[in-house]
Design a protein around this ligand. Structure first.
Ligand code: SF4
Ligand code: SF4
Length: 453
């Protein structure tokens, strides 16, 4: 019997399992909060969310298993499919805001079941499986699937001019001064605070008071409309930070930080430019609306579709914040962050080139994560998840994953530019890789090939 092998304790499956647990906690918290609401169509809002989750996860996992059985190219990734299903559930807008209208994406059951099912199927087949087989996923599958299912609602949601015209929907504009009771031109609302509290507070309270306490409760504790994953800001922050702490080496938390900092700066600048009566309203709304806070922690950090370098991640977060705030302000589409995410995902290949470490012949020993022994039959290789950790532990500051890709394509010029010949075979890259890719073997073979050249 062969001996067990030592690797870092983190595997791709573990990372997916932790993500899944975090998302389950958030979904359960929201379902519990929303269980006090019955929508006009007679469905309990918490139960609607629970059924949405079962539909989305069940379809995603079922399709993953089916494709694994009937095709040769589709690997089995049950945990990854389950995570995808929960992201779909948690970014599908639910609720009963006062501007409820048939023109908007259906916000209630039973229609929501159909749209969540469509998002799950489209996302897993087109944006996860087909994109994965082609070698790389370019856009966040849940965000892209949401965009596809929103196409029938393009007039009221996606086209700025139509959205702006539809002030009858009760969607106020952020492109002017706002305050708790500052009247909103052409909208008829007594103030942006009236909109925020009226739209996000418990719809069981017929006329919630427009007070700072109610605003804080809605923004921090319990929003009853919007993306379910972000219903409780406090829950997202606590669960998100706990998840980041456990998987800190493997999660791109720098995107979350740069997004939140840049979004806060944008909100303050707009507040100043428009002369808001009180800057905190715009700041709280920009940072803690469900689509922003959930996206910042659990969608913008998707490793497969975001930049691999630290600097690339910081620029990605800033770009995402700027686009999100601009769309919220000038399109009146407050859940537009997922479109900003798709746009920024498309910049990832360019951002990957920014901030790469400069290879060196000097040796610098990195701090490695804890080791764990794995029986050889338990060491299963997966597709690269683009966490970038192999690039951070190389004692010669090489980019092992980029060298492997260039080697697979027999691209000598790139191999030479990436200084593959500096590799001394320490094996740190293979040790830390959660996908268990034999990076050391590829880099050493690339080095030998360069020497022969
Ligand atoms: S094996 Fe080579 S590429 Fe991998 S970490 Fe060590 S020196 Fe870097
Ligand atoms: S090859 Fe590198 S970037 Fe890809 S999963 Fe492994 S450690 Fe992460």
């Amino acid at each position: 019997m062969s001996k067990p092998k030592d690797y870092s304790w983190m595997t791709k499956d573990k990372l997916m399992t932790y993500t899944f647990i975090a998302l389950v906690i958030l979904t359960v918290i929201t379902a519990a909060l929303w269980s006090v609401v019955t929508t006009p169509s007679g469905w309990n809002l918490g139960l609607t969310l629970g059924i949405n989750a079962i539909i989305a996860v069940g379809l995603a996992v079922g399709i993953d298993v089916l494709l694994y059985k009937v095709t040769v190219d589709s690997p089995l990734n049950i945990m990854s499919a389950a995570v995808f299903g929960l992201i779909v559930t948690d970014c599908y807008t639910l609720g009963v805001p006062f501007m409820r209208t048939a023109e908007l994406l259906p916000l209630e059951a039973p229609q929501s079941f159909l749209y969540v099912a469509l998002m799950s199927v489209i996302g897993i087949v087109i944006f996860k499986k087909i994109a994965g087989i082609s070698g790389r996923k370019y856009v966040n599958p849940a965000a892209a699937a949401k965009l596809v299912v929103m196409i029938p609602f393009i007039n009221t949601l996606l086209i700025a001019i139509d959205h702006l015209k539809s002030s009858a929907l009760g969607v106020p504009s952020l492109s002017g001064p706002i305050g708790m009771t500052t009247p909103i031109a052409g909208n008829g609302l007594a103030g942006f605070g009236t909109y925020v509290i009226g739209c996000f507070a418990n719809p069981g309270i017929t006329t919630p008071a427009i007070t700072t306490n109610n605003l804080l409760q809605v923004m921090f504790l319990d929003k009853f409309h919007s993306w379910p994953g972000g219903a409780s800001t406090i829950a997202v922050i606590v669960v998100g930070i706990a998840f980041f702490a456990v998987a800190r080496r493997y999660v791109k938390w720098r995107i979350t930080v740069s997004y939140l900092v840049a979004a806060a700066i944008m909100a303050l600048l707009l507040s100043f430019a428009y002369g808001d009566a009180d800057f905190t309203l715009r700041l709280l709304f920009t940072l803690f609306i469900g689509s922003s806070i959930f996206l910042a922690f659990f969608m913008a950090t998707d490793p497969a579709t975001t930049p691999i370098t630290y600097l690339g991640q910081a620029i990605f977060g800033v770009g995402l914040a700027i686009l999100t705030v601009l769309m919220q302000t000038y399109m009146q589409f407050f859940g537009a962050s997922f479109i900003a995410l798709i746009i920024m995902n498309l910049t990832s290949p360019a951002l990957d080139k920014i901030g790469k470490l400069k290879p060196t012949t000097e040796t610098k020993e990195p701090k490695l994560p804890k080791a764990k022994s794995f029986a050889p039959e338990k060491v299963k290789e997966y597709q690269c998840i683009r966490c970038g950790v192999c690039m951070r532990v190389c004692c010669h500051k090489l980019s092992p994953i980029l060298i492997k890709k260039a080697f697979d394509k027999m691209d000598f010029d790139t191999l030479s530019k990436l200084n593959a010949d500096y590799c001394t075979g320490c094996g740190h890259c293979s040790y830390v890789c959660p996908s268990r890719i034999d990076l050391k073997g590829s880099v050493l073979r690339a080095k030998a090939m360069l020497r022969q050249q």
